[in-house]
Design a binder for this molecule. Structure first.
Ligand code: ATP
Length: 451
């Protein structure tokens, strides 16, 4: 039941309100001090406030002062000011101070109940709007209801608040970066920077200066002092993707940074303190690498103060369709399409597929399927599952239609086998290139385009 604070010194009116407002949990205050302490304790969304309060019941000064205090303490509260019947000036003053509405005595229960009901409604709408603007729970962006992903979300949520170095393990495309960002967004550092660097994509000889920065003249081409990613992440979070690919010599420097939170730029002599939370990720098996002396064991223990394992998509089969629907909505919006869902063969094919590229692969398949689809449902063909579609998915008995379906399918299979090379596709099908082009046009195979 919603709480309603009634600030009213007239016991007769209090009684009247008690009878007339049965749908609310009523809390009564007779003066400013009690009103404020009840406001703090109950945090009501709506307050009715008689402006004529003791010690100055004949004037509105105490009521207006109470209103100001309420608006300072809880500015989202909807305050309905109750005034004497000829006191319009103070009613307007109250609105100026932030009151939601005013109501002139004598109290007429039906009207007052409507004003109060509407105030609750407005308060709820505003709260909903504020929540939308603030963004949902950062982990709300992580789609999936399988136990494995829920477990990863719960653990991430728990560790987000602490500055603990976290290691995210999972195959490529399982969402490691998405998790790292969600942890950052749910942490006290959310307003600070989130800086990501992929250790595997930067040549070994450049990685050190990319991470730690360099001083002018540190090496040929070092024309001016330059900050590295670690310094840019100061006050925020550094996401080190593919930490397993970090060269051994750099691992020692990384360990020192993690232990002491100081860095030295390349070619620099002074130590620079940095306040950075570190999240690492890898698809490699670090303990095995440590055994083979390819990854420092001490660094492994340091980066993995907490380890979170992200399941491969094939291990979360229940999530495949949920994620596919999510991407369908995203790409419908992005490309102005209106595809409503998936055909049965598409769902079957998605559930049977191995998804070695995980969510990224699913995302890419959905993107092209939404673009090429000219029907209301996405089919297995649209997703590129030519060979996985069922033999008996022929929906027509008319021979011409059967032939057309089969030809379209054969062209797609050949195109996939020929790795999107049109000449080779024509060769495989035993037709000339011009014939192939005219078939593509005839069957409206928009997705068959050379790379
Ligand atoms: N749970 C999820 N819900 C929705 N989208 C997701 C989810 N997880 C990942 N994605 C999307 O999948 C793609 C791959 O995710 P991400 O880059 O985080 O994977 P990764 O494990 O870091 O991959 P890599 O190791 O190859 O860098 C991204 O486009 C991301 O937006």
């Amino acid at each position: 039941m919603e709480k309603l604070l009634i600030v009213e010194d007239d016991l007769g009116i209090q009684k009247q309100l008690k009878w007339g407002l049965e749908g609310y949990e009523l809390v009564f205050a007779e003066d400013r001090q009690t009103a404020i302490s009840l406001l703090r304790r109950h945090e009501p969304k709506v307050v009715t406030l008689d402006l004529g309060l003791p010690p100055d019941p004949a004037n509105a000064s105490e009521g207006l002062a109470t209103l100001s205090e309420i608006m300072t303490l809880a500015p989202n509260t909807k305050v309905i000011c109750v005034t004497g019947n000829s006191d319009k000036a103070n009613a307007l003053k109250a609105i100026e101070l932030g009151a939601y509405d005013f109501y002139q005595k004598p109290v007429e229960m039906d009207t007052l109940a409507i004003i109060i009901g509407r105030a609750f409604h407005v308060a709820d709408l505003e709260a909903e709007n504020r929540n939308l603007q603030l963004g949902e729970n950062p982990f709300g962006t992580i789609i999936g209801s399988s136990p494995a992903i829920q477990k990863a979300c719960k653990l991430s949520e728990r560790i987000a608040k602490a500055d603990i170095t976290t290691l995210l393990l999972g195959e490529s495309g399982t969402g490691k970066e998405v998790f790292a960002r969600a942890i950052h967004d749910a942490s006290p550092r959310a307003r600070g920077p989130f800086v990501a660097i992929n250790c595997a994509s930067i040549p070994d000889n450049l990685l050190e200066s990319e991470l730690f920065g360099y001083e002018k003249g540190a090496f040929t081409g070092a024309a001016k002092q330059t900050k590295g990613k670690v310094e840019f992440a100061n006050g925020g979070t550094l996401f080190l993707d593919e930490i397993g690919d970090m060269p051994l010599n750099l691992q020692a420097k990384m360990l020192r940074f993690l232990q002491e939170r100081v860095i030295e730029r390349v070619g620099g002599r002074s130590e620079i303190s940095v306040d950075v939370r570190v999240i690492c990720a890898t698809h490699r098996n670090l303990p095995d690498m440590a055994k083979q002396e390819k990854f420092r064991e001490d660094l492994y223990y340091r980066v993995g103060e907490v380890t979170i394992e992200l399941p491969a998509l094939r291990e979360r089969s229940g999530d495949v369709v949920v994620l596919a629907k999510h991407f369908l909505n995203v790409f419908n919006k992005e490309f102005g399409q209106n595809v409503r869902g998936f055909s049965e063969d598409a769902i079957k094919a998605m559930l049977n597929h191995e998804w070695t590229g995980n969510i990224r692969e699913l995302q890419n398949k959905l993107k092209s399927a939404v673009i090429i689809s000219d029907a209301s449902l996405i089919t297995a063909d649209d997703l590129g599952f030519y060979d996985e579609a069922d033999e008996d998915d022929i929906t027509e008995l008319n021979l011409k239609a059967v032939r057309e379906q089969a030809e379209g399918k054969a062209i797609r299979m050949a195109f996939a086998q020929a790795k999107h090379n049109i000449s080779r596709t024509a060769e495989l099908l035993g037709v000339t290139r011009p014939t192939l082009y005219s078939l593509i046009e005839k069957y409206n195979l928009k997705d068959i385009k050379p790379d």
